[in-house]
Design a protein around this ligand. Structure first.
Ligand code: SAH
Length: 460
């Protein structure tokens, strides 16, 4: 760290600006916003920069005695000699000094700021790239709504009330988290502060009860952490306990709260570390203990994820839950493989099917699956690949129908094997892909030749 970030109280204290141009004016207005008494020194001032309320103008060249009584000084002149002089004298008197665009002469630098007063976010690149700091600020500008000013002020107003109402700091923290992530905050952001306050006071009355637990059933997407939703990420960082299975990629598990307990509940083909019923019961028990439990599942929890069963048990016990959709494997894998799932020339519909064939036999509606002009995506199909291809052909699809098998799609280990219904089983037998894999069948597979864009580093 090259600079210590601090926020300084300059209310009614003398801050000095040397310079009469546009930059000096900008700095002066920031100081005024922070409530400082501003003295501006320059032989002449730009017209826009003269006569501003709250500024004492000294129309002179800089002299050492101008520093008297100042708690902070900014030099914004284009005269190097003056800038050096200001810096040297201020340092000798231990007055924090900033020389615009000259980090070597500064004892402090001014960050880019995102102002949601009383909430302030400051960005600095330590002088390395102010443009980068400003760009980052721009990004956050869109993510932190203006209403956060109101929300922060609301919290400030009720802080003491809550502190008196809940004395235990850990419980108070959870109380505030619930306020800020729930209906109460939404109401403040929507401008309904009276109602929000009434709700908060009401919850405060009940507050000394142990917090009630809840479960977040969250889809983690197919593997690439960038494909998480904002809500998934927020809940991942809120939960006390995380139950995840083998489809959730390691970098995603790593993104859950650092001090959360992480429990692997397995689920590989025929090797369930915990049987489904036990997972259902465990979720209920943890929530009843007051825990915020994250049930993290690969892809989307409601697509071949047995999410429905877990939720049913929770609902039966009256445990509050939220469900967060995720990008399902078909959608993520198809995009990263450059295979559109529908296309005007090739497929007017797309079907997601489980290829997990009970006892290797077929209870799928093969006739419907073998119709032309559609795309079929088989989840859990690697084991039954040979049967799947054979059934589709015997029910009428041409043996030359394009088909692809995608291994570990969207990750750096993604590999794609393309062929036809006739050739794919053999290709897979020689290549031995690693699970999870997805099979895509239909004319759209040929589009990959043109649309392939994702080139993972480890692929070859
Ligand atoms: N709920 C998940 C699917 C669970 S079933 C979802 O919506 O994606 C498990 C199957 O999903 C695997 O057998 C495999 O067919 C598929 N799958 C999940 N992630 C995958 C990935 N990254 N690449 C390829 N297939 C994947």
């Amino acid at each position: 760290m090259d600079f210590l970030p601090i926020f300084m109280n300059v209310k009614d204290r003398l801050c000095l600006i040397i310079g009469g141009g546009e930059v000096a004016q900008r700095k002066a207005s920031v100081l005024l916003d922070a409530g400082a008494m501003v003295k501006a020194v320059a032989p002449e001032f730009l017209e826009e920069f003269s006569g501003l309320a709250g500024i004492e103008y000294v129309v002179q060249r800089f002299q050492p005695n101008h520093l008297d009584g100042a708690i902070l000084v900014i030099a914004a002149t284009d005269d190097h000699v003056v800038n050096h002089e200001v810096s040297k004298l201020a340092r000798a008197r231990n007055i924090p000094v900033n020389v615009v665009d000259n980090p070597d002469l500064c004892t402090f630098i001014m960050p880019s700021i995102l102002d949601r007063s009383p909430l302030m976010v400051a960005f600095s690149s330590g002088g390395a790239s102010p443009v980068l700091a400003r760009m980052l600020r721009g990004k956050l500008e869109t993510m932190i709504p203006q209403g956060y000013s109101r929300l922060t002020a609301f919290c400030a107003r009720l802080r003491n009330t809550v502190r008196t109402g809940i004395t235990e700091p850990a419980i108070r923290r959870i109380f505030w988290e619930n306020v800020l992530e729930g209906t109460i905050a939404e109401k403040v952001l929507a401008g309904d502060e009276a109602d929000a306050e009434a709700m908060l006071l009401d919850q405060l009355k009940k507050g000394n009860k142990p917090p009630s637990g809840e479960v977040y059933l969250v889809g983690a997407g197919p593997g690439d952490p960038d494909l998480l939703t904002f809500r998934a990420l927020r809940l991942m960082q809120k939960a006390d306990i995380v139950l995840f299975d083998n489809l959730v990629s390691k970098p995603i598990v790593e993104m859950t709260r650092r001090d959360a307990t992480r429990i692997y509940v397995g689920k590989q083909r025929n090797n369930h570390t915990l049987p489904q019923e036990e997972i259902n019961v465990l979720l209920v028990r943890l929530a009843q203990e007051g825990k915020r439990v994250l049930r993290l599942k690969g892809g989307d929890p409601f697509i071949f994820g047995r999410g429905g069963e877990e939720i049913e048990t929770l609902a039966a016990h009256g445990i509050p839950f939220q469900i967060v959709p995720g990008i399902t494997a078909a959608s993520g894998v198809a995009s990263y493989a450059g295979i559109p799932l529908t296309h005007r020339d090739y497929a007017q519909s797309c079907t997601f099917v489980t290829g997990h064939l009970k006892n290797g036999t077929t209870n799928l509606d093969w006739e419907r699956l073998a119709r032309p002009n559609q795309t079929i995506v088989f989840y859990m199909g690697l084991h039954g690949l040979e049967t799947i291809c054979a059934q589709l052909v015997s029910h009428g699809l041409p043996a030359g129908t394009p088909a692809a098998l995608v291994q570990q799609g969207t990750t750096q280990d993604q590999r794609i094997y393309t062929g036809t219904l006739a050739t794919l089983p053999e290709i897979v037998q020689t290549e031995k892909p690693r699970p999870p894999t997805l099979i895509i069948v239909g004319g759209v597979v040929t589009l990959r030749e043109k649309l392939n864009w994702f080139h993972p580093e480890k692929s070859e």
